[in-house]
Design a protein around this ligand. Structure first.
Ligand SMILES: [Zn+2]
Length: 193
């Protein structure tokens, strides 16, 4: 995870940033208790259209199941909030990622990606866990958000925006996982073809 103040890498095990001294507890002091997680789709703002809810839920579950064949615990989680105040959306997505243990808590896990929509702030933010960084970068995630998700959100198509975004991000991660499996399979002599 990146420090929300200076972007340096920090983890739940070294919660004080060596770069700027920022500590995760500073956000706890500002924010209300974190909301209770409802699984993969946490539409607290109630913006995902009913016609898209099941499709989006299925896409998130399918991705988790497909990824688990290679690497357990990999997940994409979505949260929508009317506002993230008093935190900024960037602080909030980082803070929530930690409190929800997205993709597992151990430092070699953290195999998750959290997507946040903050309605009042008109922002979409992402937090990628340490264990998922080999498969999807901040840059690629940013491109998917900027070029696919945000334009659809601006049209008011919330469900479609996230569904499309999740599909693209899932493909990127699964491609990375397949490469990992191929290499691992050859090394261990499990390659079938
Ligand atoms: Zn920092």
């Amino acid at each position: 995870m990146k420090c929300p103040r200076c972007s340096r890498e920090i983890t739940v095990h070294e919660p004080r940033c060596a770069g700027c001294g920022f500590h995760i507890a500073e956000l706890d002091a500002l924010a209300v208790p974190p909301p209770k997680r409802r699984g993969l789709l946490n539409d607290f703002a109630g913006v995902i259209e009913p016609a898209w809810t099941d499709k989006l839920q299925t896409a998130l579950e399918t991705f988790r199941a497909d990824a688990a064949r290679v690497l357990p615990g990999v997940e994409i989680v979505i949260v929508t909030q009317k506002t993230t105040a008093p935190l900024t959306p960037q602080q909030y997505v980082f803070w929530l990622f930690n409190h929800w243990n997205i993709g597992g808590l151990r430092a070699d896990e953290n195999r998750g990606l959290l997507l946040l929509l903050a309605l009042d702030e008109r922002r979409v933010e992402s937090e990628i866990g340490y264990g998922l960084e080999p498969f999807v970068s901040d840059r690629l995630t940013g491109e998917v958000l900027d070029h696919v998700v945000v334009p659809l959100l601006k049209e008011g198509s919330y469900g479609e925006a996230f569904h499309f975004g999740v599909k693209l991000l899932a493909d990127i991660v699964l491609e990375g996982l397949r490469n990992l499996k191929t290499k691992g399979g050859k090394r261990k002599g499990h390659e079938k073809s």
